[in-house]
Design a protein around this ligand. Sequence first.
Ligand SMILES: C[S@@+](CC[C@H](N)C(=O)[O-])C[C@H]1O[C@@H](n2cnc3c(N)ncnc32)[C@H](O)[C@@H]1O
Length: 215
Amino acid sequence: MLGPMSSRRIGRYTLGARLYDVLSGERPVYRVGRSAAIGRLGLRPGDRVLDLGCGTGLNFAPVLAAIGPTGRLTGLDASGSMLARARARTTAAGWDQVRLVEGDATDLDTLVGEATYDAVVATYTLSIMRDWQSVWVHALRRLRPGGRVAVVDLSLPGGLGLVWWPAARLACWTGGADPYRKPWRLAQDQLVDVITTTHRAGHVVAVTGTRPGPA
Ligand SMILES: C[S@@+](CC[C@H](N)C(=O)[O-])C[C@H]1O[C@@H](n2cnc3c(N)ncnc32)[C@H](O)[C@@H]1O
């Protein structure tokens, strides 16, 4: 069950789903973060990947290019409208390795059952989700030891990038993201082999790492 604050956040994606791919600034600003992080995951053919808060499926093409026809990609999102766009994208491309699940990520265990994954991807979504620390804990439990994680999210530019601060603040506000949350810190603290890159004057932070334990 979504609380009122969460409903408002999801609501903007219900209204904005149709325009998301065009107006979200994907090409000029945000693609670079997802490309960097997904590229660093070292995904292999046959891997099982969970895309948390998958939205319209902008991660699907690069993930599927790596995991191939024998891989499995589960995209989970609370917004039926965003998932409808993801479904259209999936159908058009003929990706039958994709499973789409509608629901709140805080109910992850109920939604995906006992499934385990080789990688979990969360791009531009943990800064929006309610109870995001709990989502993180549950997502990590669904990841096999040695599995890989990509967290990409938003921050506010500093230093020389300060000139972009108002635009970045507006982008966060429009998307309902909390730019002070810095959800990638959990990945930096709890994973090993961590690599962090910043992009677009520090507005985009991409962190990848490995869940400790025998692979
Ligand atoms: C800014 S979009 C990012 C979508 C996609 N990950 C991307 O990189 O383009 C944030 C997505 O998170 C989803 N979301 C927010 N809170 C959620 C929750 N509690 N459970 C599942 N999805 C959620 C929204 O519906 C929206 O599709």
